[in-house]
Design a protein around this ligand. Structure first.
Ligand code: HEC
Length: 125
């Protein structure tokens, strides 16, 4: 009985910890978004140097109708998932993104990418 109570408590604790961590991640991600904000808004009526990011997760790549993408991005054929975003932010010039015109060298820190993606997920909805 005691052992079971401890297991239940441990599970509840783990859920609370991951919940708190996720909230902090998105907050750190918002600060990291400072590296993107000059070129990307979340307002679907507003493209900057880059396309707006409203609805990004689950959106087909290069699908903002009134934005002029580079030919490699136009030819690409994938849907943005958190996994692909992670890959893109880590190595923006690797396939399937090679040749895109986004002037961004990449974000080597995996934790920073996870934080930024947590924020993007929230803010792009
Ligand atoms: C100096 C401007 C600039 C900055 C800074 C920038 N981007 Fe971009 N971004 C672009 C451009 C331009 C494109 C379109 C590239 C193309 O067509 O090849 C783009 C494309 C994208 C796309 C693909 C969108 C789609 O519709 O398929 C994503 C996602 C993206 N950027 C995310 C980011 C994130 C996240 C950051 C910050 C880490 C960032 N960008 C920083 C200019 C920028």
């Amino acid at each position: 009985m005691m052992a079971m109570a401890i297991r239940v408590l441990a599970a509840a604790g783990a859920i609370m910890i991951s919940f708190t961590a996720a909230a902090q991640d998105a907050q750190r991600g918002e600060a990291l978004y400072a590296q993107c904000v000059a070129c990307h808004s979340f307002d679907p009526a507003r493209n900057e140097a880059g396309p707006h990011l409203r609805g990004l997760i689950g959106r087909k790549a290069a699908s903002v109708g009134d934005f002029v993408y580079s030919p490699p991005m136009r030819r690409s054929d994938f849907v943005w998932t958190t996994e692909l975003l992670d890959k893109f932010l880590a190595e923006p010039q690797e396939p399937p993104f090679r040749g895109n015109r986004m002037p961004f060298a990449g974000m080597p820190d995996a934790q920073a990418r996870a934080d930024l993606i947590a924020y993007l997920k929230q803010a792009s909805q």
